[in-house]
Design a protein around this ligand. Structure first.
Ligand SMILES: NC(=O)c1ccc[n+]([C@@H]2O[C@H](COP(=O)([O-])OP(=O)(O)OC[C@H]3O[C@@H](n4cnc5c(N)ncnc54)[C@H](OP(=O)(O)O)[C@@H]3O)[C@@H](O)[C@H]2O)c1
Length: 255
């Protein structure tokens, strides 16, 4: 993708909290990108402006994804199963809320089948780079996130990541730390592997920073065929990351 003409990028989960930021940033950078979004419902499409470049499709339905990936150079996968809190939780009584997944929207269906469908459709359409956002914690099958709603979410996400790494399509797997809704571009980003960062104090990152890393990954060969954990130092400590090539060079693991 050294070509200077804009590349067409599809972001899925484009109405999600990180997906929205990616979609907006792509649209702002018209000199480099032609943005496309994929959302699950018409309501989500309206939520992000309702433009014609937003496709409505459920990723569990392989055929529905096909039109969205035609003519796409790069795919950014930001879909995810989303656990819901069971009603009746009263924080004043202490304890922990319980979570569940809606029928048919368990991580197995969304994070495994849905992700696999996207990878297959993209590969068949000749997409040249797939960026997939996942989560830190995947090396530990007993991670508490897996017991949430009995969904084994990190297990299914990891399976999809392995499928992508084995697909033959150039990829970047970004395993984010705890996501925060704060400004991006003002913190030093730290990369790691094998969940090592979870043993440190550096284990959160803003959604805006994750969105930026997704887009920067499309612009550097150094980001391809890599999988890495990512978090950031607290604002005010360290130097805000500007050199993404240098950041990707620090990532050495293929998975
Ligand atoms: N929360 C954290 O602290 C944390 C930490 C590390 C990594 N992560 C991961 O980072 C990624 C981004 O997280 P986020 O919080 O920004 O995402 P999010 O807001 O939860 O968005 C997920 C998106 O996936 C879409 N989606 C779900 N099922 C779908 C389906 N069957 N077909 C089409 N679209 C579907 C949802 O659409 P609808 O809105 O229509 O349902 C939603 O827009 C996720 O993979 C997440 O697991 C999260």
């Amino acid at each position: 993708m050294a070509d200077s003409s804009p590349i067409t990028v599809l972001v899925t989960g484009a109405a999600g909290r990180t997906g929205q930021i990616v979609y907006r940033k792509l649209k702002e950078r018209r000199d480099k990108f032609v943005a496309r979004g994929l959302v699950r419902t018409e309501e989500s499409k309206e939520k992000i402006g309702g433009a014609d470049d937003v496709f409505v499709a459920d990723i569990r339905d392989a055929e529905k994804i096909v039109p969205a990936v035609q003519g796409v150079d790069a795919l950014i996968i930001l879909t995810s199963a989303v656990p819901k809190m069971k009603p009746g939780f009263d924080p004043s009584k202490g304890g922990r809320p319980e979570f569940y997944y809606e029928d048919g929207l368990y991580p197995e269906q969304v994070d495994w089948i849905g992700q696999k469908n996207q990878i297959d459709a993209a590969k068949a359409a000749g997409v040249r780079h797939i960026v997939q956002v996942g989560s830190m914690g995947g090396t530990n099958p007993n991670h508490p996130l897996n017991s949430l709603g009995n969904g084994n979410i990190l297990v299914w996400k990891r399976k999809a990541e392995q499928y992508l790494a084995d697909s033959g399509v150039p990829y970047t797997i970004i395993r984010a730390g705890g996501l925060q809704d704060k400004d991006g571009g003002v913190r030093e980003l730290i990369v790691g592997k094998d969940d090592e960062l979870l043993q440190t104090d550096t284990k959160t990152i803003t959604r805006a920073d994750v969105a930026e890393v997704c887009i920067q990954a499309l612009q550097f060969e150094e980001a391809k065929f890599k999988a890495f954990d990512i978090a950031s130092k607290p604002e005010g400590t360290g130097t805000p990351t500007r050199d993404f090539k240098e950041l990707f060079l620090k990532c050495t693991a293929r998975f």
